[in-house]
Ligand binder design. Structure first.
Ligand SMILES: Cc1cc2nc3c(=O)[nH]c(=O)nc-3n(C[C@H](O)[C@H](O)[C@H](O)COP(=O)(O)OP(=O)(O)OC[C@H]3O[C@@H](n4cnc5c(N)ncnc54)[C@H](O)[C@@H]3O)c2cc1C
Length: 465
């Protein structure tokens, strides 16, 4: 008799700890095969993430080996064709964790209907979130649109849940394969591309995620409220790419934080709260993935300037803090949150370019790119999101630089052509007037727009809506 196999569909859950679908599969079956579906088209606009995924697949394959579980990678054109042919096979059950994006959750419904019709056993488990997106609602049953009451309710709801005893996954009887020759990892491997240099900065994997969390809790969390604002120091956890790829579960972060009684833990957990809030928003208002949450922005007179957009992407706008951020992003696949807000504001308010352009560029370059956080982050910056910064509050890139990167350490790291500038001029190099130190227009560009003029223009544009 042929073996009945537990298939674990690996999406963004590259972890052993708190991986409910994997746990279920190993509990119910002697033979388990994990599979990862690589849809090339999806990653055409998410290039940086390919690097992280390749590293994570290698790491996770080795880990699963210790449990006698094979990990097979399959290149596909689309999910439905793949699963329609899978369900014609016999002798398997299917397990996966939820990914909290409307398209995935919609597909879960479609797939579960088809599996039911074919009488194939399956289980969909809770993914990387504290509360399921429809568990947190206002008393009238509608979704929250403001963060503070959302998070107050979420924390309370989560703490009142009875914690289930954590179980370890068990070792399978023997390794086996399921997809055989169809499985091929080669196409994901990036050729020599810009993102190869991420190796210098990151070690993707579950152990590293736990290590980073512990390091952050031991040395940084107490100063998080202030430290998180200064891009020149490491004041944040830098866990975002690990969370995105599920190398650490947010429940683990919660538990580890609550084990210690340190100040600022609440503040840090509230940022995890923003992630929960953003997931709630995109699932309750999925139209915001493609358009403005606040409809009045549909009439906003955005400008189309490929010259300005390119200068922004390349980090040659002439505003040092903006350029430093864009170059940090390109070099490391990550950007500090304060600087994300500054560069975002510069794009939509100083250059009057639609936030969707910024969202697209971040999607391609961020290792932590996450549909909910990116779209909501951009709409927050643009002023058209839920509970967003008002449009008329326009970040001044000079003052932001002087406040949060006073000595210019961050700027000098990413914009080395300014490294000899005295701190007084580091955020306004056009004032130096000493060609021995800096030839403006040659060593470093003139500002592409003048702050005060751009500010007035943005306010005028805002008046129109
Ligand atoms: C324009 C814009 C785009 C963004 N795009 C993304 C994105 O694609 N993916 C992403 O994970 N975050 C995004 N963020 C949110 C935030 O910048 C990053 O989560 C944060 O910088 C990650 O660094 P960290 O892990 O050191 O954060 P920490 O400060 O250590 O926070 C811990 C975790 O909390 C969550 N978090 C922190 N800040 C926020 C926030 N403002 N909103 C939502 N969750 C938060 C993240 O999961 C983060 O890893 C964006 C913010 C802006 C302004």
């Amino acid at each position: 008799m042929s073996k009945h196999i537990g298939l674990f569909w690996l999406k963004e859950d590259f972890r052993i700890k708190k991986n409910l679908a994997l746990l279920e599969a190993t509990k119910n079956h002697d033979y388990v095969v994990a599979f990862y579906l690589y849809k090339k088209k999806k990653f055409e606009n998410q290039e940086a993430q390919r690097w992280w995924i390749v590293q994570s697949l290698k790491d996770f394959k080795d880990k699963l080996n210790n449990y006698n579980i094979n990990l097979e990678v399959i290149n596909i054109e689309n999910y439905s064709t793949f699963f329609n042919s899978l369900i014609k096979k016999k002798n398997f059950s299917l397990y996966w964790n939820k990914t909290y994006e409307p398209s995935y959750l919609k597909f879960d419904n479609y797939l579960s209907q088809n599996l039911k019709i074919k009488k194939i056993h399956f289980k969909i488990c809770k993914g990387n979130i504290l509360n399921e997106v429809d568990e947190i609602k206002k008393s009238d049953g509608t979704p929250f649109k403001v963060f503070t009451p959302f998070w107050r309710n979420s924390e309370k709801f989560y703490m009142e849940k009875i914690p289930s005893k954590e179980k370890n996954i068990s070792k399978c009887k023997d390794k086996t394969s399921f997809f055989g020759s169809n499985s091929n990892q080669n196409q994901i491997f990036p050729k020599k591309k810009w993102y190869k240099k991420f190796e210098k900065y990151w070690v993707p994997g579950e152990e590293q995620a736990i290590k980073e969390l512990k390091k952050f809790i031991s040395h940084k969390i107490e100063n998080y409220s202030d430290g998180r604002n200064f891009p020149g120091i490491q004041g944040t956890s830098k866990l975002s790419p690990f969370i995105k790829h599920g190398q650490i579960h947010v429940e683990t972060i919660w538990e580890e934080c609550l084990k210690i009684k340190k100040k600022n833990t609440e503040k840090f957990l509230a940022e995890i709260g923003w992630r929960e809030f953003n997931h709630s928003l995109i699932n309750h208002f999925p139209y915001m993935l493609k358009s403005n949450y606040s409809k009045k922005f549909d009439k906003f007179p955005w400008e189309k300037s490929s010259k300005h957009l390119t200068a922004w992407k390349k980090g040659i706008t002439g505003y040092p803090i903006v350029d430093a951020g864009m170059r940090e992003l390109y070099s490391t696949g990550w950007m500090h949150n304060r600087v994300r807000m500054i560069v975002g504001s510069f794009l939509v308010k100083h250059l009057l370019i639609d936030w969707k352009e910024g969202e697209k560029h971040f999607r391609n370059c961020l290792l932590d790119y996450n549909e909910a956080n990116n779209v909501a982050g951009w709409q927050w910056v643009a002023g058209c999101g839920a509970d967003a910064a008002p449009y008329f509050r326009i970040f001044n890139p000079i003052l932001q630089g002087e406040k949060f990167d006073k000595s210019g350490e961050y700027v000098k790291k990413w914009v080395p052509e300014l490294k000899n500038l005295p701190s007084k001029f580091i955020h306004k190099p056009w004032e130096i007037n000493d060609e021995k130190i800096l030839k403006l227009g040659k060593d470093y560009p003139f500002p592409i727009v003048i702050h005060e003029k751009a500010r007035l223009k943005a306010l005028n544009a805002f008046q129109k809506i």
